[in-house]
Structures are given as C-alpha cells and as structure tokens.
Design a protein around this ligand. Structure first.
Ligand code: PMP
Length: 311
C-alpha cells in the first residue's frame, strides 16, 4: 500500500501490554503507543482533525491562510508537519520553558516559532501565548487560530480515532482508563468512547503536583510537559472522570525511565505520569481487570530535559 503523503500514516498506533511494571495481583495495563504517529505524538491526530474541519467549513486555504497556534509543544509540531505537507505558513507560539527539541522540530518542518517568557507560572504564560495569537488574528483576516483548548475537533479526533482504535484493538472489556490533562481532548474523547462501550469503566484524571488546578492546588513550574498547563480547558468534560490522582515530577520521571528500561517504550515525561496513575489503578481494580492509558509522545524530544539527566 502506498500512502499519498505522511499525514495518511497518522493513527492506528499499537496497543501494547506492560509486562514488568505490575504485580501478580494487579490488573493488566495496556498502553497506546502514540510515539508511532507521524510527527511522533498523539497531537498529530488532533491537529489534522482541526485543520481538516476548518478546510471543510471553508475557513482556511493553503497558500492563503497562516495558521497560528499557542501550544506547549506537540500540537505545534503536528501543525508544523501539516503546514509543510499541505502548504500553509505556520507560526507556533510557545513558552520558553518547553524543551528546546520542540522548537527545533517545529522549525525543521519549516514553520516559525515565537517564544513567550515563562516567569514561573505556566498558566499565565499560556494565556500570554493565546493573547499574542488572537492579536495576530485580529490584525490579519488570513490568520487562523485553531484554538485547541476550545476546538471540539480536538476531542472528536480522540473519541473517533484513539478511543475507537483502543476498543477495536483490545477486543475485551476495558475496566479503567487514566490520563493527564493538557487540553483535555484525550481524557474527554477517549473517556467518552470507552464509557459508551462500558458504562462502568472507571476513569481517573492525573495532575502534576505543581499544577493540580482541578484539585484546587496552586500553579507553579513542573516538568510534565503537555499536561498541567494551569488552565481549565473549555473542551474538558469534567464529568467524565470520577477521581483525580496527583503525580510528582520525580515519580513521572522514574516511571518514564522504567518504561524505556523495562518495557523498551521510549516515551516522554507525561507518559510516566499516566503510567504512574495506571499502576495505582491496576492495584485497586485487581487481577483479571484491564487498565488502559496513553503514551503521548516519544522520549527523543526530551534529550535536554531531566529525563536524560546524567546520560
Ligand atoms: N502529553 C503530552 C506530551 C502532550 O503533548 C499532550 C498534549 N497537550 C498531552 C499529554 C495531553 O493531551 P490533551 O491535550 O489531549 O489533554
């Protein structure tokens, strides 16, 4: 089979059992390995769905429209990839606290990067990124801002693609699902798909210790990039999860390192967060049950971060 372009190779990522990270009395954990998407993360799916939804509505046109998006990383890489393939000028606005690899990847796809200084509050910085994007849109009618935090096409991609794939690939009852929250697209979309298949599925949210906003905590700086952006996103279905677990940076790092060294799964820090919570859930649900979570991106965009410290 020949793909017409790299975008067609997005999705249909493998669902993989963890073999060395649960105890004999625990539920099994299955992970959706999103590093294998074109663009190296789950966010290529959502970026593509948002762009194609806007194209269908006649809102944007290659060669004419400039796509501008505030993002803490992977969504920007996905949009830059799409811009390269489809012929859109793309400008990504991101906090200067996200990993240097993210900026380089965006630029390598031929897109432009605008950095906004993060003075220690990621939520405030993301707000400033959004203000900059909206100002550019106000000044130029050919600028389109997908606005992943409020664009329904984001959670729709997670429901109709990621969620549906998990159900088809597992072929058994999914008893538990957990995920960190960036835009909330993943937990909302996948959560809704799994709940439609099994109304009793238990869904837990994960928050970084220093951005546990849904748990009423303060927002500071953390390294679990892609989640805990310090905002409560408009597309987040706050009724989809029954419980919130908090994860420290240390536990997220340690778990992400174990995923590589024990399971051969090269993934980012938020994947460590997700699996740390999946392990707690597997312990609670117990033997015979199935817990699913997401490994959102590849470890290879974290060389400059504490994930690879000392290596
Ligand atoms: N992990 C990483 C590495 C991400 O880039 C994102 C996207 N922001 C997420 C997790 C969270 O996904 P969502 O935006 O769907 O909540």
């Amino acid at each position: 089979m020949i793909y017409e372009n790299i975008l067609e190779a997005t999705g249909n990522t493998p669902l993989i059992r963890l073999n060395h990270m649960t105890g004999p009395e625990d539920a099994q954990i299955l992970v959706k390995f999103e590093a294998m998407n074109a663009g190296g993360s789950i966010k290529t799916r959502t970026a593509l769905n948002m762009i194609e939804a806007a194209e269908k509505k006649g809102l944007i046109q290659p060669g004419k429209t400039t796509i501008v998006e505030p993002t803490s990383g992977n969504q920007g890489i996905g949009l830059a990839l799409i811009g390269a393939v489809k012929g859109y000028r793309t400008i990504i606005i991101m906090p200067d606290s996200v990993s240097e690899e993210r900026r380089k990847l965006v630029r390598h796809y031929g897109a432009e990067v605008k950095l906004i200084h993060d003075a220690g509050n990621i939520g405030k910085c993301i707000d400033e990124c959004l203000e900059t994007a909206m100002k550019m849109a106000a000044e130029n009618p050919d600028v389109y801002v997908p606005q992943q935090f409020e664009n329904e096409a984001n959670s729709q991609a997670q429901k109709e693609q990621t969620g549906r794939e998990i159900l088809e690939q597992a072929g058994i009852t999914i008893d538990g699902f957990c995920s960190g929250i960036g835009t909330g697209g993943t937990i909302t979309g996948v959560g809704e798909a799994l709940k439609e298949a099994n109304p009793d599925v238990e869904i837990w949210a994960a928050e970084p210790e220093h951005a546990a906003i849904l748990s009423g905590g303060e927002v500071g700086t953390h390294i679990q990039m892609g989640i805990g952006d310090g905002v409560i996103p408009a597309i987040l279905n706050q009724k989809i999860y029954s419980h919130i677990e908090i994860v420290t940076d240390e536990e997220a790092l340690e778990t992400a390192r174990e995923l590589a060294s024990k399971e051969g799964l090269m993934c980012g820090i938020s994947s460590g967060t997700n699996v740390a919570v999946a392990k707690r859930m597997a312990r609670k649900l117990g033997k015979g049950k199935t817990v699913v979570t997401i490994l959102a991106d590849t470890a290879e965009r974290y060389f400059s971060t504490p994930l690879f410290e000392g290596q």
